[in-house]
Design a protein. Sequence first.
Length: 218
Amino acid sequence: MRLCEWRLAPEGKTFAYGGDEVELSVWDLEAAFAPKQQPAVAQMPSQPETSRKRKRRGDDLLPGELWRAKNVANDSLSLRQPVHNTCLTFLSTPQQLLAGTQRGDVRRYDTRAARKPVVEWKQIAKGNGIGGVEKGFHENEVFVSDQTSNLFAVDTRNGRVIYGYKGLAGAITSMAPSPAGLASTARDRYARVHSTYPPPSEAGQPQDDKARYWRRCT
């Protein structure tokens, strides 16, 4: 087990994390870090068996934990699929999240609807796994990077790549969207500011504008 990503929700009241064999989960910030209560007084032997503390199940939520994802269905050979969450981000509400995986998939979760992904976009990454996901400032827009040198914008209505950025020589290490553009840093030791364009008005339409980076600095 290894924690790979921890993210505070925009409203500052909840946070989420996930990793290798660590399912995506959402926590109440105050309750998760509240002081532990004193242990209860030991039960009298005369109490019935049903009143004793039951053994914790694997699906039971921990103190402060609000929601925990459930692994996707077994593969075609009926084998359990490993949990390899590499990154995550919140979307428009604290109940909606995106998570990237080492398999190159991006999964969308809605904590109000189900524990399994409501949508799974297969093999978006062109090389290795998903390196980062960030919500854009335009509607229906997220930015996704893989673990090589690819960075692109994805339409959340259908999971299709809208456009990508060329000229990157290293894997993206961080992204910071803004109304004016997208800033990124990469393992080639450059920080870049990229142009951004809103998704097409209808899902599936081609994107006419070509994305590029405006400025590069070390």
